[in-house]
Design a protein around this ligand. Structure first.
Ligand SMILES: [Zn+2]
Length: 302
């Protein structure tokens, strides 16, 4: 009898302590200026909408932070504090960062692997590093994680953290899921330290490791006349092949090839060894090294 009442009270208190009750609407902001409140509320509503599973935040308070931090998420109250008198972009990125902490605590993310070591130059106790590695990577939103895609051969250590971001976020509207194909057109045996340069008019100049050089026609693979090195990026005017990279807060940075046109960017895939994209006569090409062969081909999108 005496024990039941405190137990009920505790249950009631803990329901209040989580701060959201049954209502999981995007949080309102208090404090700061109207513009700061608006920026914080808009950013929170948008960012929470990108998350696959519900994350509840009771309120965003602008100002009133002590110490050197410009943002804070309190798991007990599910409240976020963000420093006021800051550029609106910084308020927005701080809101995203703290929402990532909210997700981390509410979904009890397992951040126990060595890949969760923070590489940013921030002084932090060791036990806070995994959470910051997560939050600084997650605050970029899902676009980098979806353009990076699966971990690629040759990736440096730690790009797996993007997989965790993809697991928690919907595919972003800004990244298109399309089939981007590479059709091999030709290959040439090379040994050792060969160098090669696409040339104007659709040739490939290759200097072999013994010093001998040749020019091959990309289309036919037959000898071609020498021409000046092709200048400019892999851009046909309507579509581009780009090197893409994203940084994770553990220092990981993988390189990818992204196909981009007026509809938006699509992940073209892992970058192959020494792969170089270029454009010839309205088509996107790339050449890469496949062990003892140089391989080139044309890219297309469905
Ligand atoms: Zn943080």
């Amino acid at each position: 009898m005496t024990s039941r009442l405190p137990a009920l009270l505790l249950a009631g208190l803990s329901a209040w302590a989580v701060g959201c009750g049954r209502d999981c609407a995007p949080p309102e902001a208090r404090g700061g200026t109207d513009a700061e409140q608006q920026a914080a509320e808009d950013e929170a509503a948008t960012f929470l909408g990108l998350m696959k599973e519900e994350v509840c935040v009771a309120r965003i308070k602008l100002g009133g932070l002590r110490g050197t931090s410009i943002g804070k998420y309190s798991p007990g109250t599910r409240r976020i504090k963000v420093e006021e008198d800051r550029p609106l972009d910084e308020i927005r990125s701080t809101v995203r960062h703290e929402l990532c902490h909210a997700l981390q605590f509410q979904h009890e993310l397992d951040l126990s692997g060595p890949e969760w070591t923070l590489a940013l130059p921030i002084e932090l106790p060791e036990d806070e590093q995994p959470g910051e590695t997560w939050a600084y990577t997650c605050q970029q939103g899902p676009e980098p994680a979806y353009l990076m895609g699966e971990t690629c051969p040759g990736d440096p250590f730690g790009t797996e953290v993007f997989e965790q971001v993809r697991a928690e976020f919907h595919p972003p509207g800004g990244v298109l899921e399309r089939a981007v194909d590479f059709d091999e057109v030709g290959r040439l045996a090379v040994e050792g330290d060969a160098v090669w340069v696409p040339t104007e008019g659709g040739g490939l100049w290759v200097e072999h490791s013994d010093g001998g050089a040749e020019v091959v026609d990309l289309r036919t693979g037959l000898p071609a006349p020498p021409g000046p090195a092709l200048e400019g990026s892999a851009d046909t005017g309507s579509a581009r092949l780009l090197y893409y990279t994203a940084f994770a807060a553990n220092g990981a940075q993988g390189l990818r090839l992204v196909y981009d046109d007026e509809e938006g960017p699509t992940r073209a895939g892992c970058l192959r060894p020494e792969e170089t994209p270029f454009a010839v006569e309205g088509e996107l090409w790339s050449v890469y090294r496949d062990d003892t062969d140089l391989v080139w081909g044309v890219w297309s999108v469905e």
